[in-house]
Design a protein around this ligand. Structure first.
Ligand code: FAD
Ligand code: 2HG
Ligand code: ZN
Length: 490
Protein backbone atom coordinates (compact mmCIF):
# COMPACT_ATOMS: atom_id res chain seq x y z
CA UNK A 1 0.00 0.00 0.00
CA UNK A 2 0.93 3.60 -0.36
CA UNK A 3 -1.12 6.65 0.46
CA UNK A 4 -2.62 6.20 -3.03
CA UNK A 5 -4.74 3.43 -1.61
CA UNK A 6 -6.46 5.94 0.64
CA UNK A 7 -8.00 8.14 -2.07
CA UNK A 8 -10.61 9.43 0.38
CA UNK A 9 -7.80 11.00 2.42
CA UNK A 10 -6.42 14.15 0.86
CA UNK A 11 -3.46 16.12 2.15
CA UNK A 12 -4.81 18.89 4.37
CA UNK A 13 -3.88 22.12 2.54
CA UNK A 14 -3.81 24.01 5.88
CA UNK A 15 -0.55 22.29 6.65
CA UNK A 16 2.54 24.08 5.42
CA UNK A 17 5.04 22.34 3.16
CA UNK A 18 8.60 22.14 4.46
CA UNK A 19 10.65 25.15 3.32
CA UNK A 20 14.40 25.92 3.44
CA UNK A 21 13.81 28.27 6.39
CA UNK A 22 12.03 25.48 8.31
CA UNK A 23 14.99 23.19 7.65
CA UNK A 24 17.32 25.92 8.91
CA UNK A 25 15.34 26.19 12.13
CA UNK A 26 15.46 22.41 12.67
CA UNK A 27 19.22 22.47 12.05
CA UNK A 28 19.63 25.18 14.67
CA UNK A 29 18.12 22.88 17.32
CA UNK A 30 19.53 19.52 16.24
CA UNK A 31 23.09 18.43 15.59
CA UNK A 32 23.85 16.82 12.21
CA UNK A 33 23.51 13.25 13.54
CA UNK A 34 20.10 14.07 15.01
CA UNK A 35 18.44 14.97 11.71
CA UNK A 36 17.83 13.37 8.31
CA UNK A 37 16.79 15.75 5.54
CA UNK A 38 15.71 14.71 2.07
CA UNK A 39 18.48 15.83 -0.29
CA UNK A 40 17.13 14.11 -3.39
CA UNK A 41 19.35 11.05 -3.21
CA UNK A 42 19.08 9.70 0.35
CA UNK A 43 15.73 7.91 0.15
CA UNK A 44 17.34 4.80 1.70
CA UNK A 45 18.05 6.77 4.88
CA UNK A 46 14.49 8.09 5.10
CA UNK A 47 12.71 4.87 4.12
CA UNK A 48 12.93 3.01 7.47
CA UNK A 49 11.04 5.94 9.06
CA UNK A 50 8.55 6.33 6.21
CA UNK A 51 7.47 2.69 5.99
CA UNK A 52 5.85 0.55 8.69
CA UNK A 53 6.82 -2.90 10.04
CA UNK A 54 4.34 -4.74 7.80
CA UNK A 55 5.36 -2.72 4.72
CA UNK A 56 1.70 -1.89 4.33
CA UNK A 57 1.80 1.88 4.91
CA UNK A 58 4.28 4.28 3.39
CA UNK A 59 4.56 8.04 3.61
CA UNK A 60 6.82 10.67 2.08
CA UNK A 61 8.28 12.62 4.96
CA UNK A 62 11.23 14.77 4.00
CA UNK A 63 12.55 15.35 7.50
CA UNK A 64 13.23 13.04 10.43
CA UNK A 65 14.21 14.69 13.73
CA UNK A 66 15.88 12.53 16.39
CA UNK A 67 16.33 14.84 19.40
CA UNK A 68 18.16 13.81 22.56
CA UNK A 69 16.25 15.96 25.03
CA UNK A 70 12.72 16.97 25.97
CA UNK A 71 13.71 20.63 25.64
CA UNK A 72 14.72 20.13 21.99
CA UNK A 73 11.37 18.44 21.31
CA UNK A 74 9.51 21.31 23.00
CA UNK A 75 11.26 23.86 20.74
CA UNK A 76 10.58 21.84 17.58
CA UNK A 77 6.92 21.25 18.40
CA UNK A 78 6.34 24.92 19.29
CA UNK A 79 7.81 25.92 15.93
CA UNK A 80 5.72 23.34 14.05
CA UNK A 81 2.57 24.55 15.78
CA UNK A 82 3.26 28.20 14.99
CA UNK A 83 4.04 27.32 11.38
CA UNK A 84 1.36 24.66 10.93
CA UNK A 85 3.76 21.89 10.09
CA UNK A 86 2.20 18.47 10.75
CA UNK A 87 4.07 15.96 12.94
CA UNK A 88 4.15 12.19 13.36
CA UNK A 89 5.66 11.02 16.66
CA UNK A 90 7.55 7.76 16.14
CA UNK A 91 9.03 5.27 18.60
CA UNK A 92 10.39 1.90 17.52
CA UNK A 93 8.07 1.84 14.47
CA UNK A 94 6.68 -1.60 15.32
CA UNK A 95 3.04 -0.47 15.39
CA UNK A 96 0.61 -2.59 13.38
CA UNK A 97 -2.05 -0.05 12.34
CA UNK A 98 -0.05 2.48 10.33
CA UNK A 99 -0.11 5.09 13.13
CA UNK A 100 3.63 5.69 13.42
CA UNK A 101 4.43 6.55 9.82
CA UNK A 102 3.38 9.64 7.86
CA UNK A 103 0.64 9.50 5.28
CA UNK A 104 1.93 12.47 3.26
CA UNK A 105 4.86 14.77 4.11
CA UNK A 106 4.42 15.09 7.89
CA UNK A 107 7.62 15.67 9.85
CA UNK A 108 8.73 12.64 11.84
CA UNK A 109 9.88 13.23 15.42
CA UNK A 110 11.55 10.02 16.51
CA UNK A 111 12.43 9.09 20.11
CA UNK A 112 15.41 6.99 18.95
CA UNK A 113 17.95 9.19 20.78
CA UNK A 114 15.79 9.92 23.80
CA UNK A 115 16.90 6.86 25.71
CA UNK A 116 18.20 7.55 29.20
CA UNK A 117 17.09 5.75 32.33
CA UNK A 118 16.49 8.59 34.79
CA UNK A 119 15.83 6.90 38.14
CA UNK A 120 14.98 3.59 39.78
CA UNK A 121 13.82 3.07 43.34
CA UNK A 122 14.65 -0.47 44.41
CA UNK A 123 12.19 -0.44 47.36
CA UNK A 124 9.05 0.79 45.62
CA UNK A 125 10.04 -0.56 42.19
CA UNK A 126 9.28 2.74 40.44
CA UNK A 127 11.24 3.36 37.26
CA UNK A 128 11.51 6.77 35.58
CA UNK A 129 12.96 6.85 32.07
CA UNK A 130 13.01 8.60 28.71
CA UNK A 131 10.26 7.59 26.29
CA UNK A 132 12.73 6.24 23.72
CA UNK A 133 14.11 3.46 25.94
CA UNK A 134 13.73 0.11 24.22
CA UNK A 135 11.45 -2.23 26.17
CA UNK A 136 13.99 -5.07 26.28
CA UNK A 137 16.78 -2.72 27.43
CA UNK A 138 14.58 -1.62 30.31
CA UNK A 139 13.73 -5.19 31.18
CA UNK A 140 17.41 -6.22 31.21
CA UNK A 141 18.24 -3.21 33.41
CA UNK A 142 15.47 -4.22 35.82
CA UNK A 143 16.44 -7.92 35.74
CA UNK A 144 19.83 -7.01 37.23
CA UNK A 145 17.94 -5.42 40.10
CA UNK A 146 15.42 -8.26 40.63
CA UNK A 147 12.55 -6.48 38.89
CA UNK A 148 10.80 -6.64 35.51
CA UNK A 149 8.74 -4.43 33.20
CA UNK A 150 5.04 -5.32 33.72
CA UNK A 151 4.68 -5.60 29.93
CA UNK A 152 6.16 -8.02 27.41
CA UNK A 153 5.58 -8.40 23.69
CA UNK A 154 7.17 -9.95 20.63
CA UNK A 155 8.48 -6.55 19.49
CA UNK A 156 10.38 -5.94 22.76
CA UNK A 157 13.76 -5.72 20.99
CA UNK A 158 12.65 -2.66 18.98
CA UNK A 159 9.58 -0.98 20.50
CA UNK A 160 10.01 2.01 22.82
CA UNK A 161 8.32 2.41 26.19
CA UNK A 162 6.87 5.72 24.92
CA UNK A 163 5.38 3.88 21.93
CA UNK A 164 4.01 1.24 24.28
CA UNK A 165 2.33 3.92 26.39
CA UNK A 166 1.10 5.80 23.30
CA UNK A 167 -0.58 2.60 22.01
CA UNK A 168 -1.52 1.27 25.46
CA UNK A 169 0.11 -1.99 24.37
CA UNK A 170 -1.24 -5.12 26.05
CA UNK A 171 1.05 -8.04 25.32
CA UNK A 172 1.65 -11.46 26.74
CA UNK A 173 1.16 -10.95 30.49
CA UNK A 174 -1.65 -8.43 30.76
CA UNK A 175 -3.79 -11.02 32.49
CA UNK A 176 -1.30 -11.06 35.39
CA UNK A 177 0.03 -7.50 35.62
CA UNK A 178 -2.85 -5.47 34.20
CA UNK A 179 -2.80 -2.70 31.60
CA UNK A 180 -0.58 0.39 31.37
CA UNK A 181 -3.56 2.43 32.57
CA UNK A 182 -2.80 0.88 35.95
CA UNK A 183 0.99 0.57 35.83
CA UNK A 184 1.97 3.99 34.50
CA UNK A 185 2.34 6.36 37.47
CA UNK A 186 3.25 9.50 35.61
CA UNK A 187 4.20 10.98 32.25
CA UNK A 188 6.13 13.89 30.84
CA UNK A 189 4.52 15.11 27.63
CA UNK A 190 5.34 17.86 25.15
CA UNK A 191 1.98 19.35 24.25
CA UNK A 192 1.21 20.55 20.70
CA UNK A 193 1.89 24.19 21.69
CA UNK A 194 5.36 23.25 22.90
CA UNK A 195 4.73 23.39 26.64
CA UNK A 196 6.09 20.55 28.75
CA UNK A 197 3.46 18.86 30.90
CA UNK A 198 5.60 17.58 33.76
CA UNK A 199 3.84 14.88 35.76
CA UNK A 200 6.48 12.22 36.38
CA UNK A 201 4.90 11.24 39.68
CA UNK A 202 6.05 8.06 41.39
CA UNK A 203 3.08 8.02 43.75
CA UNK A 204 0.92 4.93 43.88
CA UNK A 205 -2.06 6.96 45.04
CA UNK A 206 -2.96 10.49 44.01
CA UNK A 207 -6.58 11.60 43.82
CA UNK A 208 -6.05 15.27 43.12
CA UNK A 209 -8.14 16.21 40.13
CA UNK A 210 -8.67 14.53 36.77
CA UNK A 211 -6.02 11.92 36.02
CA UNK A 212 -4.64 13.66 32.93
CA UNK A 213 -1.94 11.09 32.16
CA UNK A 214 -4.67 8.57 31.32
CA UNK A 215 -5.60 10.73 28.30
CA UNK A 216 -2.18 10.19 26.77
CA UNK A 217 -2.10 6.43 27.41
CA UNK A 218 -3.46 5.02 24.14
CA UNK A 219 -3.67 8.46 22.43
CA UNK A 220 -1.42 7.24 19.57
CA UNK A 221 0.51 10.47 19.16
CA UNK A 222 -2.57 12.64 18.61
CA UNK A 223 -2.34 14.77 21.77
CA UNK A 224 1.38 15.36 22.21
CA UNK A 225 4.75 13.67 22.37
CA UNK A 226 5.41 11.51 25.42
CA UNK A 227 9.01 12.19 26.46
CA UNK A 228 9.24 10.60 29.90
CA UNK A 229 7.54 7.67 31.63
CA UNK A 230 7.24 6.73 35.30
CA UNK A 231 6.16 3.13 35.72
CA UNK A 232 5.56 0.73 38.57
CA UNK A 233 7.59 -2.47 38.09
CA UNK A 234 6.90 -5.79 39.85
CA UNK A 235 9.51 -8.13 41.38
CA UNK A 236 10.88 -10.67 38.92
CA UNK A 237 9.45 -14.06 39.87
CA UNK A 238 12.01 -16.57 41.16
CA UNK A 239 10.30 -19.52 39.58
CA UNK A 240 8.78 -19.64 36.10
CA UNK A 241 7.24 -22.67 34.39
CA UNK A 242 5.83 -23.00 30.90
CA UNK A 243 3.66 -25.77 29.45
CA UNK A 244 2.05 -26.12 26.04
CA UNK A 245 -1.02 -28.29 25.44
CA UNK A 246 -2.74 -29.66 22.33
CA UNK A 247 -6.53 -29.54 22.24
CA UNK A 248 -9.27 -30.83 19.98
CA UNK A 249 -11.78 -27.99 20.17
CA UNK A 250 -12.05 -24.34 21.13
CA UNK A 251 -14.60 -25.45 23.71
CA UNK A 252 -11.73 -27.28 25.39
CA UNK A 253 -9.50 -24.19 25.18
CA UNK A 254 -12.12 -22.32 27.20
CA UNK A 255 -12.45 -25.20 29.64
CA UNK A 256 -8.67 -25.30 30.13
CA UNK A 257 -8.63 -21.55 30.77
CA UNK A 258 -11.40 -21.87 33.31
CA UNK A 259 -9.60 -24.68 35.14
CA UNK A 260 -6.32 -22.72 35.07
CA UNK A 261 -7.94 -19.81 36.89
CA UNK A 262 -9.15 -22.12 39.65
CA UNK A 263 -6.08 -24.36 39.97
CA UNK A 264 -3.18 -22.01 39.16
CA UNK A 265 -4.91 -18.90 40.49
CA UNK A 266 -2.32 -16.31 41.64
CA UNK A 267 0.64 -17.98 39.88
CA UNK A 268 -0.97 -17.90 36.41
CA UNK A 269 1.01 -15.36 34.34
CA UNK A 270 0.01 -16.08 30.73
CA UNK A 271 -2.67 -18.04 28.88
CA UNK A 272 -2.11 -17.82 25.14
CA UNK A 273 -3.54 -19.81 22.22
CA UNK A 274 -2.90 -20.42 18.53
CA UNK A 275 -4.40 -22.68 15.87
CA UNK A 276 -2.83 -25.35 13.70
CA UNK A 277 -2.36 -23.06 10.68
CA UNK A 278 -0.39 -20.60 12.80
CA UNK A 279 1.70 -23.47 14.15
CA UNK A 280 2.47 -24.86 10.69
CA UNK A 281 3.61 -21.44 9.54
CA UNK A 282 5.90 -21.02 12.55
CA UNK A 283 7.24 -24.52 11.97
CA UNK A 284 8.02 -23.72 8.35
CA UNK A 285 9.73 -20.38 8.97
CA UNK A 286 11.23 -20.58 12.45
CA UNK A 287 11.82 -24.25 13.23
CA UNK A 288 13.35 -25.23 9.89
CA UNK A 289 15.31 -28.44 10.27
CA UNK A 290 14.58 -28.77 13.98
CA UNK A 291 11.75 -30.62 15.61
CA UNK A 292 8.72 -28.81 16.94
CA UNK A 293 8.24 -29.52 20.64
CA UNK A 294 4.78 -30.93 19.75
CA UNK A 295 3.13 -32.61 16.77
CA UNK A 296 1.29 -30.33 14.37
CA UNK A 297 -1.86 -32.41 14.11
CA UNK A 298 -4.24 -30.87 16.65
CA UNK A 299 -6.55 -27.93 15.83
CA UNK A 300 -5.57 -25.82 18.90
CA UNK A 301 -2.58 -25.17 21.15
CA UNK A 302 -2.37 -23.25 24.41
CA UNK A 303 0.64 -21.97 26.31
CA UNK A 304 0.28 -21.67 30.05
CA UNK A 305 2.91 -19.83 32.07
CA UNK A 306 3.14 -19.79 35.85
CA UNK A 307 5.32 -17.44 37.89
CA UNK A 308 5.83 -17.29 41.62
CA UNK A 309 8.29 -17.23 44.46
CA UNK A 310 8.42 -20.90 45.43
CA UNK A 311 9.52 -23.54 42.92
CA UNK A 312 8.06 -26.58 44.72
CA UNK A 313 4.75 -24.85 45.33
CA UNK A 314 4.51 -23.78 41.67
CA UNK A 315 5.47 -27.18 40.31
CA UNK A 316 2.94 -28.90 42.52
CA UNK A 317 0.18 -26.59 41.36
CA UNK A 318 1.12 -27.03 37.68
CA UNK A 319 1.24 -30.81 38.17
CA UNK A 320 -2.25 -30.86 39.73
CA UNK A 321 -3.55 -28.62 36.96
CA UNK A 322 -2.21 -30.96 34.27
CA UNK A 323 -3.63 -34.01 35.99
CA UNK A 324 -7.10 -32.44 36.00
CA UNK A 325 -6.79 -31.53 32.31
CA UNK A 326 -5.79 -35.09 31.44
CA UNK A 327 -8.39 -36.79 33.65
CA UNK A 328 -11.18 -34.63 32.27
CA UNK A 329 -9.99 -35.22 28.72
CA UNK A 330 -9.63 -31.48 28.09
CA UNK A 331 -6.21 -31.82 26.45
CA UNK A 332 -4.82 -34.45 24.10
CA UNK A 333 -1.12 -34.03 24.68
CA UNK A 334 1.26 -31.59 26.34
CA UNK A 335 4.84 -30.72 27.13
CA UNK A 336 6.41 -28.95 30.12
CA UNK A 337 9.67 -27.02 29.73
CA UNK A 338 12.57 -28.49 31.71
CA UNK A 339 14.91 -25.51 31.53
CA UNK A 340 15.20 -21.94 30.28
CA UNK A 341 16.10 -22.97 26.73
CA UNK A 342 12.95 -25.06 26.53
CA UNK A 343 10.90 -22.20 27.99
CA UNK A 344 12.17 -19.97 25.19
CA UNK A 345 11.49 -22.66 22.61
CA UNK A 346 7.90 -23.06 23.74
CA UNK A 347 7.38 -19.28 23.77
CA UNK A 348 8.82 -19.09 20.23
CA UNK A 349 5.85 -21.11 18.95
CA UNK A 350 3.61 -18.26 20.14
CA UNK A 351 5.74 -15.11 20.07
CA UNK A 352 7.19 -16.02 16.67
CA UNK A 353 3.81 -16.02 14.90
CA UNK A 354 3.88 -12.36 13.68
CA UNK A 355 7.44 -12.76 12.39
CA UNK A 356 6.64 -16.06 10.66
CA UNK A 357 3.54 -14.39 9.16
CA UNK A 358 5.61 -11.57 7.72
CA UNK A 359 7.85 -14.16 6.03
CA UNK A 360 4.81 -15.81 4.42
CA UNK A 361 3.43 -12.82 2.55
CA UNK A 362 1.49 -9.59 3.05
CA UNK A 363 -0.52 -10.00 6.23
CA UNK A 364 -3.86 -8.36 7.01
CA UNK A 365 -4.09 -8.09 10.79
CA UNK A 366 -7.27 -7.75 12.85
CA UNK A 367 -6.91 -7.31 16.58
CA UNK A 368 -10.28 -7.97 18.18
CA UNK A 369 -11.85 -8.29 21.59
CA UNK A 370 -14.57 -10.91 21.23
CA UNK A 371 -16.59 -12.80 23.88
CA UNK A 372 -14.94 -16.19 24.43
CA UNK A 373 -17.95 -18.36 23.43
CA UNK A 374 -17.76 -17.02 19.84
CA UNK A 375 -14.05 -16.03 19.93
CA UNK A 376 -12.74 -18.43 17.29
CA UNK A 377 -15.83 -18.28 15.02
CA UNK A 378 -14.48 -15.18 13.27
CA UNK A 379 -11.49 -17.17 11.96
CA UNK A 380 -13.75 -19.90 10.56
CA UNK A 381 -16.29 -17.44 9.14
CA UNK A 382 -13.60 -15.36 7.47
CA UNK A 383 -11.92 -18.44 5.97
CA UNK A 384 -15.25 -19.60 4.52
CA UNK A 385 -16.10 -16.15 3.24
CA UNK A 386 -12.82 -15.85 1.33
CA UNK A 387 -13.14 -19.41 0.00
CA UNK A 388 -16.70 -18.74 -1.18
CA UNK A 389 -15.41 -15.66 -2.99
CA UNK A 390 -12.90 -17.94 -4.73
CA UNK A 391 -9.82 -16.08 -3.56
CA UNK A 392 -8.53 -18.32 -0.76
CA UNK A 393 -6.60 -21.53 -1.40
CA UNK A 394 -3.54 -22.90 -3.07
CA UNK A 395 -2.36 -20.58 -5.87
CA UNK A 396 -5.06 -18.05 -4.94
CA UNK A 397 -4.50 -14.42 -3.82
CA UNK A 398 -5.08 -15.38 -0.16
CA UNK A 399 -2.93 -18.27 1.01
CA UNK A 400 -3.60 -18.59 4.75
CA UNK A 401 -6.08 -17.56 7.44
CA UNK A 402 -5.30 -18.22 11.07
CA UNK A 403 -6.09 -17.13 14.62
CA UNK A 404 -4.08 -16.78 17.83
CA UNK A 405 -3.84 -14.47 20.78
CA UNK A 406 -4.49 -13.65 24.37
CA UNK A 407 -7.33 -15.95 25.46
CA UNK A 408 -6.86 -14.74 29.02
CA UNK A 409 -7.75 -11.19 27.92
CA UNK A 410 -10.48 -12.10 25.41
CA UNK A 411 -8.29 -10.76 22.57
CA UNK A 412 -7.92 -12.67 19.29
CA UNK A 413 -5.57 -11.86 16.41
CA UNK A 414 -7.06 -12.80 13.05
CA UNK A 415 -4.31 -12.85 10.41
CA UNK A 416 -4.96 -13.23 6.69
CA UNK A 417 -1.92 -13.87 4.51
CA UNK A 418 -2.10 -12.62 0.93
CA UNK A 419 0.42 -12.68 -1.91
CA UNK A 420 0.15 -8.89 -1.85
CA UNK A 421 -2.11 -6.23 -0.35
CA UNK A 422 -4.91 -5.30 -2.73
CA UNK A 423 -8.09 -3.21 -2.51
CA UNK A 424 -10.11 -6.20 -3.82
CA UNK A 425 -9.06 -8.37 -0.89
CA UNK A 426 -9.53 -5.54 1.60
CA UNK A 427 -13.10 -5.00 0.38
CA UNK A 428 -13.97 -8.64 1.07
CA UNK A 429 -12.61 -8.47 4.62
CA UNK A 430 -13.71 -4.96 5.67
CA UNK A 431 -16.18 -3.83 6.90
CA UNK A 432 -17.38 -7.46 7.32
CA UNK A 433 -14.92 -8.16 10.15
CA UNK A 434 -15.83 -4.93 11.98
CA UNK A 435 -19.59 -5.51 11.61
CA UNK A 436 -19.12 -9.07 12.86
CA UNK A 437 -17.26 -7.77 15.92
CA UNK A 438 -19.82 -5.03 16.63
CA UNK A 439 -22.62 -7.61 16.45
CA UNK A 440 -21.07 -9.36 19.46
CA UNK A 441 -20.32 -6.06 21.22
CA UNK A 442 -16.60 -6.62 20.85
CA UNK A 443 -13.84 -4.10 20.17
CA UNK A 444 -12.33 -3.51 16.73
CA UNK A 445 -9.05 -2.68 18.43
CA UNK A 446 -8.18 -4.67 21.52
CA UNK A 447 -4.55 -3.56 21.86
CA UNK A 448 -2.94 -2.31 18.63
CA UNK A 449 -4.90 0.94 18.37
CA UNK A 450 -6.76 2.67 15.54
CA UNK A 451 -3.91 4.36 13.66
CA UNK A 452 -4.49 4.99 9.99
CA UNK A 453 -5.98 1.56 9.39
CA UNK A 454 -9.04 2.12 11.58
CA UNK A 455 -9.26 5.92 11.57
CA UNK A 456 -12.91 5.71 10.52
CA UNK A 457 -13.79 2.60 12.52
CA UNK A 458 -14.17 3.81 16.10
CA UNK A 459 -17.95 3.99 15.61
CA UNK A 460 -18.10 0.18 15.62
CA UNK A 461 -17.02 0.19 19.27
CA UNK A 462 -17.89 3.61 20.73
CA UNK A 463 -21.08 5.71 20.81
CA UNK A 464 -21.45 9.00 18.92
CA UNK A 465 -21.57 10.88 22.24
CA UNK A 466 -18.24 9.39 23.31
CA UNK A 467 -16.67 10.15 19.94
CA UNK A 468 -17.86 13.75 20.12
CA UNK A 469 -16.28 14.22 23.59
CA UNK A 470 -13.04 12.74 22.23
CA UNK A 471 -13.10 15.22 19.35
CA UNK A 472 -13.61 18.09 21.82
CA UNK A 473 -10.59 16.94 23.83
CA UNK A 474 -8.48 16.80 20.67
CA UNK A 475 -9.66 20.28 19.65
CA UNK A 476 -8.81 21.70 23.10
CA UNK A 477 -5.31 20.23 23.30
CA UNK A 478 -4.36 20.42 19.61
CA UNK A 479 -6.45 23.21 18.02
CA UNK A 480 -4.32 23.26 14.85
CA UNK A 481 -4.56 19.49 14.48
CA UNK A 482 -0.82 19.14 13.83
CA UNK A 483 -0.30 15.98 15.92
CA UNK A 484 -0.52 12.82 13.85
CA UNK A 485 -3.24 13.99 11.45
CA UNK A 486 -5.42 11.63 9.35
CA UNK A 487 -5.18 8.98 12.09
CA UNK A 488 -7.13 7.68 15.09
CA UNK A 489 -10.48 9.48 14.79
CA UNK A 490 -11.40 11.23 11.57
P1 FAD B 1 5.52 3.12 16.99
O1 FAD B 1 5.14 2.02 16.09
O2 FAD B 1 6.69 3.93 16.62
O3 FAD B 1 4.26 4.10 17.16
C1 FAD B 1 3.00 3.60 17.48
C2 FAD B 1 2.02 4.75 17.72
O4 FAD B 1 2.39 5.49 18.88
C3 FAD B 1 1.99 5.77 16.61
O5 FAD B 1 0.69 6.29 16.50
C4 FAD B 1 2.94 6.86 17.07
O6 FAD B 1 2.63 8.11 16.53
C5 FAD B 1 2.74 6.83 18.56
N1 FAD B 1 3.93 7.14 19.36
C6 FAD B 1 5.10 6.46 19.40
N2 FAD B 1 5.93 7.02 20.29
C7 FAD B 1 5.28 8.08 20.82
C8 FAD B 1 5.61 9.07 21.79
N3 FAD B 1 6.78 9.08 22.42
N4 FAD B 1 4.69 10.01 22.09
C9 FAD B 1 3.49 10.02 21.49
N5 FAD B 1 3.13 9.12 20.56
C10 FAD B 1 4.00 8.17 20.23
N6 FAD B 1 1.06 -4.73 20.57
C11 FAD B 1 0.42 -5.16 21.67
O7 FAD B 1 -0.36 -4.40 22.24
N7 FAD B 1 0.62 -6.43 22.16
C12 FAD B 1 1.47 -7.30 21.59
O8 FAD B 1 1.62 -8.43 22.05
C13 FAD B 1 2.20 -6.86 20.44
N8 FAD B 1 3.09 -7.66 19.85
C14 FAD B 1 3.76 -7.23 18.76
C15 FAD B 1 4.67 -8.10 18.16
C16 FAD B 1 5.35 -7.71 17.01
C17 FAD B 1 6.33 -8.66 16.39
C18 FAD B 1 5.12 -6.42 16.47
C19 FAD B 1 5.86 -5.98 15.25
C20 FAD B 1 4.22 -5.55 17.06
C21 FAD B 1 3.52 -5.94 18.21
N9 FAD B 1 2.59 -5.10 18.83
C22 FAD B 1 1.94 -5.54 19.96
C23 FAD B 1 2.21 -3.78 18.25
C24 FAD B 1 2.70 -2.48 18.87
O9 FAD B 1 1.66 -1.67 19.37
C25 FAD B 1 3.83 -2.46 19.75
O10 FAD B 1 4.86 -3.03 19.03
C26 FAD B 1 4.32 -1.15 20.43
O11 FAD B 1 3.53 -0.75 21.51
C27 FAD B 1 4.57 0.02 19.54
O12 FAD B 1 5.67 0.74 20.05
P2 FAD B 1 6.66 1.52 19.10
O13 FAD B 1 7.67 2.19 19.96
O14 FAD B 1 7.19 0.64 18.04
O15 FAD B 1 5.67 2.62 18.50
C1 2HG C 1 0.81 -10.61 19.30
O1 2HG C 1 0.04 -10.84 20.24
C2 2HG C 1 0.82 -9.25 18.70
O2 2HG C 1 1.62 -11.45 18.89
C3 2HG C 1 0.79 -9.22 17.18
O3 2HG C 1 -0.18 -8.44 19.25
C4 2HG C 1 -0.49 -9.72 16.61
O4 2HG C 1 0.49 -9.59 14.45
C5 2HG C 1 -0.54 -9.69 15.07
O5 2HG C 1 -1.65 -9.79 14.53
ZN1 ZN D 1 -1.27 -9.38 20.80
Amino acid sequence: YTYDTYPHLKRNPNFKELSPSDIKFFQSILSSNEIIIDNGNNQDDLLPYNIDWMKKYRGKSRLVAKPKTTEQIAKLVKYCNENKLAIVPQGGNTGLVGGGVPLFDEIIISTNNLNKIRDFDHISGTLVCDAGCILEVLDNYLAERGYMVPLDLGAKGSCHIGGNVATNAGGLRLLRYGSLHGNVLGLEVVLPDGTILENLSTLRKDNTGYDLKQLFIGSEGTLGIITGVSILTPRRPKSVNVAVFCLNSFQNVQEAFNISKGELAEILSAFEFWDINALRMVKHHLFQGTNLPLEDKYPFYVLVETSGSNKEHNEEKLHNFMEILMTKGVVEDGVVAQDNTQIQNLWLMREGIPEAGSKSGSVYKYDLSIPLPVFYNIVEDMGNRLKDAGIFGKDKPVTDVFGYGHVGDGNIHLNIVAKSYSPEITKLIEPYVYEWTAKYKGSVSAEHGLGLMKADCIGYSKSQKMISIMKQIKQTIDPNGIMNPYKFIL
